[in-house]
Design a protein around this ligand. Structure first.
Ligand SMILES: Cc1cc2nc3c(=O)[nH]c(=O)nc-3n(C[C@H](O)[C@H](O)[C@H](O)COP(=O)(O)OP(=O)(O)OC[C@H]3O[C@@H](n4cnc5c(N)ncnc54)[C@H](O)[C@@H]3O)c2cc1C
Length: 397
């Protein structure tokens, strides 16, 4: 067994990436402590899609069945026109995704999913999450690494993992400050109780509605109790990279003027006082993201616009590959290199494909949309490189 089998690991950030990585490492016998800036644990009230490439890891850490139990398994991925709802292309999910990739495609409520991860990590190591601990930077020596917090306290270990999201302090120290550039796109995020919608409102599928300069996504979560809606619009007003930025409902409504009646119904039924809009920023691709004892994962390393629904999946994959890299090297610096080398290209491809989907989903005319889809098969393409990746078995090179 590798000499790296029992490391003292410090994780900054108890988001979806930090928790799932911690679970992989705890299961592998490492001692893991997690430090979260927030005074309490939780996630926002919106949906998250978890394809097979992420579900393999969730199965491995023992939460797969529980995640499936709180999810909806959509029948298909459906690309529609914004006004008539005509289906332009579709590929099947549900049983076909499971048969092809040996793990399901799930759509869950983020808070439910986060709760399951918290419960699991505390099962594996009671008391390992420390709240109100905002990491400000770290000091690394040959023998160890010390994470500093804004309350003047610190925590020491063998390995530091920065899972501290888009504004990562750990990334800024490892790679130097990176410039965040507004993409020009902002995402409305709302949910509607299914009971507030007309009966059989829309099939249990993942719908992408495509139109000029914007697109919308909707799918059911929490066993079908809630409909999740994301409306991505090109917006040139003052951007704010925050989940909690509220905007007037009237603005939301006018952003989707002329869109299909189902989109109108969803917007009409949302809580008019809970219309959140997240402005999306881009950060440059990193060519490296580790030192000898510190590394980063998830949005800290490779934040992406959500147009492929893979940001959290990439964070979850990262944790599994990091765990395996520690199994395969007996030197920490080499293990971190192995991890990073096996993640940079894949995560960059996800970022690039998400960017390309902005063009594809926001084309200016119906004819352009038809032409673009005539030459592509989204299902075959994604099945071939994206969903088929298994971070637990892929060869690390
Ligand atoms: C509209 C939208 C839809 C999306 N849909 C999907 C989807 O369907 N599927 C998917 O896979 N991905 C999706 N994503 C992407 C996904 O939400 C992110 O990629 C994912 O949450 C990243 O997880 P993370 O743990 O890396 O970062 P975060 O979730 O941001 O977690 C970071 C954690 O670190 C904490 N933290 C921050 N700074 C510090 C600090 N200095 N010290 C200590 N703690 C700190 C934060 O409080 C937080 O708890 C979507 C994103 C958006 C915007």
């Amino acid at each position: 067994m590798s000499v790296l089998s029992k490391q003292k690991v410090i994780v900054a950030g108890a988001g979806l990436g930090g928790l799932s990585a911690a679970e992989c490492l705890l299961q592998d016998g490492h001692d893991v402590q997690i430090y979260e800036q927030a005074p309490q644990l939780g996630e926002i009230g919106a949906g998250i899609q978890l394809s097979a490439n992420a579900m393999h890891v969730l199965n491995h850490i023992g939460v797969g069945e529980a995640v499936s139990a709180i999810s909806v398994r959509p029948g298909a991925y459906v690309f529609r026109l914004f006004d008539t709802a005509e289906i332009i292309q579709t590929f099947s999910l549900a049983d076909d995704h499971l048969a092809l990739h040996k793990a399901p495609y799930n759509q869950a409520h983020r808070a439910d999913f986060h709760d399951l991860l918290v419960e699991r990590v505390l099962d594996l190591s009671p008391g390992c999450i420390h709240l109100n601990k905002r990491a400000t930077g770290f000091v690394e020596t040959e023998d160890g690494v010390t994470l500093k917090f804004d309350d003047e306290s610190s925590a020491s270990g063998d390995l530091l993992i920065g899972a501290d999201g888009v504004k990562s302090a750990i990334r800024d120290q490892i790679c130097g400050p990176v410039q965040a550039v507004y993409t020009g796109d902002a995402a409305w995020r709302v949910t509607v109780p299914t009971s507030d919608l007309p009966p059989n409102f829309i099939e249990e599928v993942m719908s992408v509605w495509m139109g000029p300069g914007r697109h919308a996504v909707c799918y059911y979560i929490r066993g079908g109790e809630i409909l999740n809606f994301v409306g991505a619009v090109e917006a040139d007003d003052e951007p704010d990279e925050s989940w909690t930025a509220k905007f007037p409902w009237e603005k939301f409504k006018s952003d989707f003027e002329g869109w299909n009646e189902k989109v109108q119904t969803i917007i009409d039924m949302v809580d008019h006082d809970a219309c959140y809009r997240w402005s999306m920023f881009k950060r440059p691709k990193l060519d490296f993201w580790s030192t000898s004892r510190a590394t980063i994962l998830g949005d800290a390393a490779h934040a992406t616009i959500p147009y492929l629904a893979q940001g959290a999946a990439m964070a979850i994959e990262d944790g599994a590959v990091l765990m395996r890299a520690l199994q395969q090297r007996d030197n920490l610096a080499e293990a971190l290199k192995l991890y990073e080398n096996n993640r940079i290209d894949r995560t960059a491809r996800v970022v690039e494909t998400s960017d390309a989907n902005k063009k594809l989903f926001h084309l200016n005319s119906v004819q352009e949309i038809r032409d673009a889809f005539a030459n592509r098969n989204e299902g075959d393409d994604r099945n071939e490189w994206l969903y088929s990746y298994n971070p637990l078995t892929v060869e690390l090179i």
